[in-house]
Design a protein around this ligand. Structure first.
Ligand code: ATP
Ligand code: MG
Length: 431
């Protein structure tokens, strides 16, 4: 009987283990490479921020702020804190705090965990990784386009094909204000058909009703006034500039006049990349312009635009397309059958590893009492391409036996330890 109760992780917060963790690392690596090509630099902000940053930044009447945030009080000093539910607010806070826009616009990307108290299901977790790109201090449509082209480059680098782009423009505050009035009037005339959530939001945040996930409301929502019909000349020009660049770059998209996004801070351009292959959690990347957020969070007014992608959903989609397998096989597996040779064997492994060879060493709990045969079985199931055997004969002759485990050639050679480095390149060749 175990003496202690077994402790488990938090619901909706997953352990990511091999081989899945290798896929995550691979994806992050690809994204870092692509980000660098577009001159986006990494920014790392804390996972915990003061609660008002999100309440003010994302909007009081949003799903995230109303019901999804992990907020708590720091017991030691009473600070109201929140585990970040998204990355943009923290980046903006940091940019303001360090006056980073004083000498012009900045391009940043972040990678890291976000926290939302949602109902866990496929593609929806309570801790999940996001990768985001933010361009701050730029107002032209070319930067909206750059961010979209960056995402498109990423899909093509990863080999993702089943991703669609939807675009919309929400306009500027005064246009949104006019639209909002029309929207309230419209929904008031359908008051009886609204659900509880929508009635509550009718006067606080009617735009959110367009974003409802309730299928029963789809018909009413479809007939509602659309933000795009309230755009003035400049907003329309921004939107058509963006579309012209996308057209020239052969990026296909559809304009979805119902697309509003779940957070309050967006204006003008909003967009989503979606797929049909992940069921109802089909949005893999989403973003838009947030020209008023910096000012709203106490900074000097400056425009900005960005997006965030869900790492879990991208990996799931890669898997759906049969692309999720990462080769993590080792170059070699070391079997030390004669324990008096152990110190020297480790010195040899250290040398080979310093030259780039990946080697798993059999350690004592693996090997105690194990016959050479069963050790070879372990070597084989480790997935390594070669076995390095340090046995009695090898200790006597100051050598190691190198045996191929994969290519079927039955390669087996004895190599003097003094010139072991000669083998480093061969050990790294994959059959
Ligand atoms: P959804 O409509 O699916 O709830 P969202 O609008 O709340 O998404 P954003 O805040 O725009 O999502 O976040 C950007 C991306 O992060 C989403 O497109 C999605 O891929 C991912 N994401 C959001 N919430 C979760 C979650 N709970 N678990 C896993 N991934 C998520
Ligand atoms: Mg959501």
């Amino acid at each position: 009987m175990p003496r202690f109760e077994k402790l488990t992780g938090v619901k909706g917060m997953n352990d990511i283990m091999p081989p899945q963790s290798a896929a995550v690392e691979w994806l992050e690596g690809r994204i870092r490479t692509v980000m660098a090509r577009y001159a986006y630099k990494n920014i790392r902000t804390p996972i915990v921020e003061r609660t008002p940053l999100f309440v003010r930044g994302l909007g009081q009447v949003t799903d995230v702020v109303e019901k999804e945030m992990y907020s708590f009080e720091d017991r030691l000093n009473g600070d109201p804190l929140t585990l970040r539910p998204e990355g943009t607010a923290g980046v903006v806070r940091s940019v303001i705090e360090h006056s980073m826009l004083y000498d012009g616009g900045k391009r940043f990307y972040y990678i890291g965990p976000m926290f939302r108290h949602e109902r866990p299901q496929r593609g929806r977790y309570r801790q999940f990784d996001q990768i985001g790109a933010e361009a701050l201090g730029f107002s032209g449509a070319e930067i909206d386009a750059e961010l979209i082209l960056l995402a498109v480059a990423l899909w093509s680098d990863l080999g993702l094909t089943d991703v669609r782009l939807e675009l919309n423009s929400l306009g500027q505050p005064e246009e949104r204000h006019e639209h909002r009035k029309a929207l309230i009037a419209y929904f008031e005339s359908h008051h009886d058909e609204l659900d509880e959530d929508s009635r509550r939001r009718l006067h606080t945040n009617p735009l959110r009703i367009l974003d409802t996930k309730n299928p029963a409301l789809q018909k009413i929502v479809d007939g509602a006034p659309r933000p795009i019909d309230y755009l003035g000349e400049q907003s329309l020009a921004h939107f058509s500039d963006l579309k012209r660049i996308l057209d020239e770059n052969q990026v296909s998209y559809t304009v979805n006049p119902r697309l509003v996004r779940g957070l309050d801070y967006y204006n003008l351009t909003v967009f989503e990349f979606t797929t049909d292959r992940l069921g109802s959690q089909g949005t893999v990347c989403a973003g838009g312009r947030y020209d008023y957020l910096i000012e709203n969070l106490g900074g000097k007014s400056a425009p900005a635009v960005g997006w965030a992608l869900g790492v879990d959903r991208i990996l799931e989609l890669l898997k759906e397309q049969g692309l999720g397998e990462i080769d993590t096989a080792l170059d070699a597996y070391a079997i030390v059958a004669n324990l008096s040779g152990l110190p020297r064997a480790l010195r040899v492994l250290q040398k080979l590893r310093s030259e780039g060879v990946s080697i798993q060493m059999q350690a004592s709990s693996d090997s105690a009492m194990a016959s050479l045969k069963s050790q070879f079985k372990r070597a084989d199931s480790s997935g390594a391409h070669f076995a390095l055997v340090f046995g009695d004969e090898e200790v006597k002759t100051n050598s190691v036996t190198i045996k191929s485990l994969r290519d079927g050639t039955g390669l087996q050679v004895s190599q003097s330890l003094d010139s072991i480095s000669d083998w480093a390149p061969t050990l790294q060749l994959r059959a």
